[in-house]
Write a protein that binds this ligand. Structure first.
Ligand SMILES: [Zn+2]
Ligand SMILES: [Zn+2]
Ligand SMILES: [Zn+2]
Length: 410
């Protein structure tokens, strides 16, 4: 059968007098004729044992047509994507194919050259080269695709990390701000409390001159009244608390009773501490000592270990009594008195240290500093030392304690 002309097929085949008819005598449509022709071609291609029914042909045809339709849609979508991405239509397919061919030729030439250089001529098989080229191209495309994905993931990771860091920073800022706010709040509250307390105490402390000392301060030249009040917790306010008119500083009894027998340094005369004053320095005077706490006399005796005795005229023990009575030793360290002249010692009671001098070896009564000096002078037994070997300081100490008179030959 002659294949009808494509232009004639749509319209004129019906009018042709020799056109085929259906079994009922109707003229078939152009599409129906086309199907018939395709069926004939398909039948020839079918193997002998295969299913050659019309239904099978139609099913296969439908599948084929659907595949073509989907392919066309795919092409359309690809072009659309390209246009979206690059802002222009893709080059025509022929051009693409040509570019690909050029690429393959370049690839082939490079491979051939390399093979020639290595002397491996069997690699010049063209179909194999094409396959290799295509495989390589596929691989490259896949690699690019994967790289794109991993890039996208990396960017996402980076963004997430940034966001996380920002969130942490924000949290930290918020925390510090909250802490600062709470600190400020605490400070404000403390300041308010302080102000309140101050106001309360100002209201409570209504100063009254009743119970205030009537004395005048010396620093003001007798112009300003002493501010000691009976509400004061200090010992100096004790007379005011008893109902007297003056504090301990300004009490009229301050310079009454027994005066300390000590002499102040720098030629300032006798000590001005009296037993009548309220200070703790005067306590020894009140106990019967002739000296105040500053001018107390220390026993010049040495303990058995060689240290200086610590008993003073201010000590409250009974054995300090000799010191209070003008002696140089406490009761423990009283030198053994020579029994010979009882009458003479009674007469010369005023300088008792001079009398004690000859009986005690000088090194026993020396303070430890002086004994050290003797030691440094490499004296085997201090008592054996001739007086001329003693240093001026040792001599001075001995003299001060009354164990050398000014007549003693050194
Ligand atoms: Zn006063
Ligand atoms: Zn004194
Ligand atoms: Zn003593």
């Amino acid at each position: 059968m002659e294949a009808p002309d494509a232009g004639l097929m749509g319209q004129s085949s019906r009018q042709l007098p020799s056109s085929p008819r259906t079994q009922s005598g109707k003229r078939p449509t152009a599409a129906s004729l086309q199907r018939q022709r395709e069926y004939a071609v398909w039948l020839q291609a079918q193997p002998q044992a295969g299913d050659a029914s019309w239904a099978t042909f139609m099913a296969e045809r439908r599948v084929q047509k659907e595949r073509v339709r989907l392919q066309q849609i795919g092409v359309k979508q690809r072009r659309e994507r390209f246009r979206r991405r690059h802002g222009a239509s893709p080059p025509p397919e022929a051009e693409q194919r040509q570019a690909l061919e050029l690429e393959f030729q370049a690839y082939r030439d490079a491979r051939l050259k390399a093979a020639e250089a290595q002397g491996r001529r069997w690699l010049a098989h063209e179909p194999s080269l094409r396959m290799l080229f295509e495989a390589e191209r596929r691989k490259q495309k896949e690699r690019a695709r994967l790289r794109k994905i991993s890039d996208k993931r990396r960017v996402a990771r980076h963004a997430a990390k940034l966001e996380q860091r920002e969130a942490i920073d924000r949290q930290r800022l918020e925390k510090t701000a909250a802490e600062a706010a709470s600190r400020q709040q605490a400070r404000d509250a403390a300041a308010a409390r302080r102000a309140e307390r101050r106001a309360a105490s100002r209201a409570a402390r209504q100063w009254s001159t009743e119970g205030q000392c009537e004395g005048m301060t010396r620093a003001s030249g007798g112009l300003v009244r002493c501010r000691v009040h009976r509400s004061s917790p200090y010992a100096v306010a004790a007379p005011l608390r008893r109902g007297e008119r003056f504090c301990g500083h300004h009490h009229p009894d301050k310079y009454t009773g027994v005066r300390c027998a000590g002499i102040r340094k720098g030629g300032k005369g006798q000590c001005r501490v009296w037993s009548g004053c309220c200070y703790a320095d005067a306590a020894p005077l009140r106990r019967g000592s002739p000296y105040c706490q500053h001018h107390r006399v220390r026993c010049v005796g040495l303990t058995r270990s060689g240290a200086r005795c610590t008993v003073t005229s201010s000590s409250e023990h009974e054995h300090a009594q000799p010191l209070r009575e003008g002696a140089t030793h406490c009761a423990h360290h009283q030198p053994v008195q020579p029994p010979a002249p009882p009458a003479a010692s009674a007469q010369e009671a005023s300088p008792p240290p001079a009398a004690a001098a000859p009986t005690t070896p000088i090194t026993q009564i020396l303070p430890s500093a002086a004994r050290l000096k003797l030691k440094q002078a490499r004296c085997r037994h201090p008592s054996s030392l001739p007086p001329s070997r003693l240093s001026w300081r040792t001599t001075l100490v001995a003299y001060r304690h009354g164990f050398l008179s000014s007549n003693t030959q050194l």
